[in-house]
Design a protein around this ligand. Structure first.
Ligand code: GLP
Length: 305
């Protein structure tokens, strides 16, 4: 697992969208795993903008969403199908038949879940899975005690999740009690996981997920087993992490992040010499002030000799 901390929500979101764009450009047939929630809205807004302004091309990719509420039709305003269509799919050139969410209205939910797993496998597995995190540490709707080898199935939503998500429903009483979700095992099988968390209210659960003991009470701790998982956080969500300095150091030093770092100032190619040079320039400037006719004092600086 790797943790990247960016100064604010915008920078964290830019980074997530940037990684997705880079992977898609490298592999136009990318199989994307997608997530919903408040945090993801701005990721999709950026991808839509990249599609419009930079021709980011989604025509060859497939998408599988993590989850869907049981009992909501796709055209219900609070279903995740509706969320995805309106935040993302209908604004880019992805082929709608290549976008997949579990069908929460299926007569036989068990068969629907097994078919979803089969379809992911037929497409060669998920290359890049985007994840958010619930306040109880859920991934998708993998509520506390979800087995780490679980596959797509129906879960009963916990009270914490109900409180967190009911606010998004037009009529909170209509929020279903159950959802179909990819399993923790399904998520661990994805080639790369990218988890975005922002804001202070996520700080406590992020600290447990990243630095706490692995436990099925907090599904996100399973990501500690994933060989290619990156948590991308803003400072607020990272505020309770003990290893913050090290995580900042990773962003500054890991070659993968080079193109996302601010370009170094033009004169910073030799920090030591330039620091010395700047100091001596300042000294000379100060001392030359007292010389008549702007005569330049000879430089005595061992750093430059
Ligand atoms: C829902 C989704 C999760 C998502 C979570 C975070 O519960 N099922 O996949 O991680 O929301 O939501 P938010 O970004 O609104 O905090």
């Amino acid at each position: 697992m790797e943790v990247i901390i960016r100064p604010n929500v915008d920078a964290a979101t830019d980074l997530v969208a940037g990684v997705i764009a880079r992977e898609l450009r490298a592999n136009p047939r990318l199989v994307l795993g997608l997530a919903t929630g408040r945090t993801m809205g701005s990721v999709y807004a950026r991808l839509v903008r990249m599609h419009r302004e930079e021709n980011l091309d989604f025509s060859g990719c497939r998408a599988f969403n993590l989850d869907e509420y049981v009992g909501l039709p796709g055209d219900h305003r609070d279903s995740y199908r509706h969320y995805m269509n309106h935040h993302f799919f209908l604004h880019v050139n992805i082929d709608l038949p290549n976008t997949h969410l579990p069908n929460g209205l299926a007569d036989d939910l068990g068969t629907e879940c097994a078919n979803y797993e089969r379809l992911i496998a037929q497409c060669g597995g998920i290359d890049l899975q985007l994840l958010g995190i619930g306040l109880n540490g859920h991934l998708g709707f993998n509520e506390p005690l979800s087995a780490f080898n679980s596959r797509t199935r129906v879960k009963v939503l916990s009270p914490v999740t109900r409180d967190q998500n009911a606010l998004l429903f037009q009529n909170p009483e209509q929020m279903p009690n159950r959802a179909i979700t990819m399993g923790v095992g399904t998520i661990l099988d994805c080639r790369r996981c990218l988890l975005l968390a922002t804001g202070e209210d996520k700080a406590a659960i992020v600290a447990k997920a990243v630095e706490g003991p692995v436990t099925s009470m907090i599904s996100a701790t399973a990501l500690q087993f994933h060989p290619e998982c990156t948590f991308i956080l803003d400072e607020a969500a990272a505020s309770r992490l003990k290893g913050r300095d090290y995580y900042h150091w990773i962003f500054e030093n890991q070659p993968e992040w080079k193109s996302f770092r601010a370009p170094a100032p033009a004169d910073a190619t030799n920090g030591f010499r330039n620091r010395g040079q700047r100091r001596s320039d300042a000294r000379n400037k100060a001392s030359n002030r007292s010389l008549p006719n702007n005569r330049v004092r000879p430089v005595k600086n061992s750093l430059l000799s």
